[in-house]
Design a protein around this ligand. Sequence first.
Ligand SMILES: Nc1ncnc2c1ncn2[C@@H]1O[C@H](COP(=O)(O)OP(=O)(O)OP(=O)(O)O)[C@@H](O)[C@H]1O
Ligand SMILES: [Mg+2]
Length: 301
Amino acid sequence: MTVVNMGTPAPIEYVVPMSEPPGLVRVIATEADRRSAPGGPRIDPVSVLPALRFRNVSKTFREHGRVIPALSDVSIEVGQGEIVALIGPNGAGKTTLIKILCGLVLPDQGSVLLDGCDTGTTPLARRSLGVVMEGDRDFYGMLSVAENLTYFAGLMGVPGREIGGRVAAALARFGLVDLAGRQGRRLSRGQKQRLSLALGMLHDPRYLILDEPTLGLDPLALEELLALMKDLRGAGVGILVASHDLAALEKVADRAIILSGGTIRHQTRLDVPELKAGGHDGLLDMFKRHVGMPQGEVGQW
Ligand SMILES: Nc1ncnc2c1ncn2[C@@H]1O[C@H](COP(=O)(O)OP(=O)(O)OP(=O)(O)O)[C@@H](O)[C@H]1O
Ligand SMILES: [Mg+2]
């Protein structure tokens, strides 16, 4: 039983059955809290629980009259202090889901809730998100590393007096001190990735969304990223990480979700014996079983 105390006197208690983790979650909130909470009276008992929630999200793209289904009725939850791995083949819909969360793509159906707040109707709720997109789209190529960090710190609401300290700390944490004056476009691939990660975490987000964060990182930088993710989890940050680096995910993730063809094929905790003793040896086997390809054919074109 987890108790979430949302109010002081005269609490209303909601008992909400949860499948993950198993058991019951009790939410205590005053009626006044509920009315004044972001999203107001629309909030239902489940959605006030602190978490990032994709609810029944569907998306279809249209291109030259062709219909391209990308996501179909996808519901995902990322709690505080957990790392959720989102895996699936190329074109599965992972990045589309993340773009919907950021408001870069509008869903046809469904919603995204951040601690009970609908990001569709309350875009400011996204300030509690840190997002690192794939590729080098997270920063301005013509600005230097330090200029990018300073600019985005302000944009994300870091108070002016704190920006200098945050930028210095980010440069040190991500091994960018010697590159502070270099333009973003002149960085190596792994250096760009480190800058993207630094930018995503600059404002101490409560939820961190990482799309292919390990791409281009050298082995030491990768190890540091995994250690950092564990630290952030310990500090209560909820992390959703989309990646093809199954070995890295196995080291840090608490749960895995397999997405394929725009639908969730499988969800599992990674701390259950299934992975270790169930006749297969990890995420790769799980991936092969649930994306519909016979064993041995994954990787053939
Ligand atoms: N703007 C767009 N217009 C048309 N189709 C799109 C658009 N964006 C994505 N798609 C299509 O939607 C599907 C899902 O793409 P998405 O980028 O979400 O996959 P992904 O799981 O992130 O794949 P990868 O592992 O290769 O990064 C693909 O079929 C893709 O071609
Ligand atoms: Mg992608």
